[in-house]
Design a protein around this ligand. Sequence first.
Ligand SMILES: [Zn+2]
Length: 811
Amino acid sequence: MKKYLLFLSLVISTAMLAQNNPESDTSWKHIYRAEATKINDLVDTKLDVKFDYSKSYMYGKEWLTVHPHFYPTDSLTLDAKGMNINEVALYSNGKKTPLKYDYDSMFLRITLNKTYKANENYTVYIDYVSKPDEWKERGSAAITGAKGLYFINPRGEEKDKPTEIWTQGETEHNSVWMPTIDKPNQKTTEQISMTVPDKYVTLSNGLLITQKKNADDTRTDTWKMDLPHSPYLFFMGVGEYSIIKDSYKGKDVAYYVEKQYAPVARGIFGHTPEMIKFYSETLGIDFPWPKYDQIVGRDYVSGAMENTTATLHADNAYQNARQLKDGNDWEDVIAHELFHQWFGDLVTTESWSNITVNESFADFSETIWNEHEYGQDKGDEKNYDDMQTYLNSNSDNLPLVRFHYADKEDVFDAVSYPKGGRILNMLRHYLGNDAFYASLHKYLTDNKFKNGEAQQLRLAFEAVTGQDLNWYWNEWYYGTGEPVLDISYVYDDAAHNVKVIVQQKQKQQIFKMPVNIDIYNGANKTRHQVWMQNPVDTFTFGYTTKPDLINFDADKVLLCRKTDHKTADNFKAQWKYAPLYVDRREALQYFADNKMVDDLSLGLNDKYYGIRSFTLDELRDIPEALTNTDILKTIERIAQNDEHNRTKSRAIAILAETKDAKYKYIFDKSINDSSYTVAGAALEGLGNLDSANAYTLAKKYSADAKGDLADAVNEIMIAHGSEDDYDMIAKAYDELPLGQSKIQSTMSFCDYLSKLNDIQKIKEGVDKIVAFRNSIPQQYRKFTDAPINAALQKVADAKGADMQAYINNSK
Ligand SMILES: [Zn+2]
């Protein structure tokens, strides 16, 4: 699963604050979260379901084939949440024999007709009604719902929203719509027959084997998955979709999108076959399932979910052709869910405590896809960014393998994802690509269609490499935190040597890790591998000429926080000679922090657009840099010619800030650019030069504005807009996607409302803001309520007591 990206930073800080709150209930710390005991094993699940859109109910018939795991048993307990159970019977040779059962709306406890022995199959038949909207259970930071089965706009009451059905199983939510043993350590083959209105298409796991038209304008589609997978990976999707077909080695690869996105579906998902090939070849295990479909669901409760052969994406995946000009924002998610088809679906975590064997791999897969497709700089940037996400998450107290948690949903966090991904990346560097992927191949082969935990992973690595790796697992999988390093250098020209002193200052364990140190004299470098393993390690290297740079962690893979006591000259040498993205970025960061503008501006000519963008962002914050003619000339060139739109638009935005009319020709040309970010920056520039005209321009470009262009339009409309523009501005506000940027826009929207006279419009605007505030999942609201309420208060302050009362009443 991929988290709800827009709230990622909030997700993480929220989870951590909850952990650190001394008043919260900490009794969970004493509960060991073991793998679920297997009394019975699922073998096959056959479902026949029909949807009632008027009540948001699902009528189900299920044939569940099961056998005792080892010990004989005469009972079967199933997870079945909030259902009506109509009938439970033993099903044998087409005959049903009623069985005794007990149901408490969580568990269906069935008494069998006799004691069954290990591997003696039996089939129970259950007739039931699933009532997802009546089931109340908390979701998580990652998944904001626990209904399992979601009816979207089922009665067509919401204008402009399609009617859809989709399901979300992880963690244990599919048992809201099918009685099952809802644990990840169960695996079952599957067949689902869905009866739906004929105008809809359906999607589920495996292959569509039959479609039958019924007399009542409905159709029954039967999907069959004959390879076993876990119940949380079961999926159903229903709606009016266009199906865009690709293929990989004769297997269908398809994208289910709403009709208007059919022309861009390949722009969004079209890398999928190439990704399947890359991951298949990298792992040495060809894509293990009969087909691969991806579907987009409205109002989805997470980012995306790796249902076996039927990945579900949030509607943030939808981007139009102009948005795609700025790069595909959803590509990492597509890669992530695809890699889960091996890590998560083929080999599944045995319990939520070991979610790392699913999520850390999916996270890591984003790095290697970027590296493969766009080059090492891009892969390194991804790795660096994800490392910062973890380091900023304040999660030093949580181990990767998590046997203690308050709620199973809590494990979907910055430790399981970006920290775990970096732990795998370090291991890849330490062992080498060949050994690393051979080990993954062994893990997947040994455990396919079964479950895994971190120890099985270790054993696979040990078997392949011949090395004991307990130390690595103990530190990174079972220990907490990361090295907090202080690195200093003592040069002794008389003795011709340098001491590199590495202190580990973290409160947790001392880490043992191999580190590469490159010693540079000009472009010539010598590599040394050392092991840090003590609270203080001193490494001594001889030299004839004093080195220009000692580059600690030369591969820039070590997950750590560091204070590196390099000099300005060291960083200049690093910029010039050290090859990696992070080498260059660290040097530029030093130049920026120390206002070394000339050195910083060298980054404008870097071969990689990510470094050029970073440099532009840093220069923008240094006023004196933007009075430097040479630097401005370079920025002017980037604003016209950079091959990458996001870099180009940053340059244009800087020129816009100068309010210098000589750049008008760039703004005039760029305002019609197909890229929203380029056009948005140009609109800002034009607006700054001619504020009277800005309003007319903004209105003109508002017809097709998203992303940066929409922001620029809104900013101008809100600043200059009149009472008459209310409908357009309110619509723009409504259409902003849920997320942090909408909180920013709420401030501007309140400024605009404060200027209006029409009380009805102001109240309507306030209602929209209150609805947005209240739609934010409860767990974030302690962070989001304050800024939104402060913005509302500005409206009250501007409009007086009546408005104050109105806002006070808006709970
Ligand atoms: Zn995932």
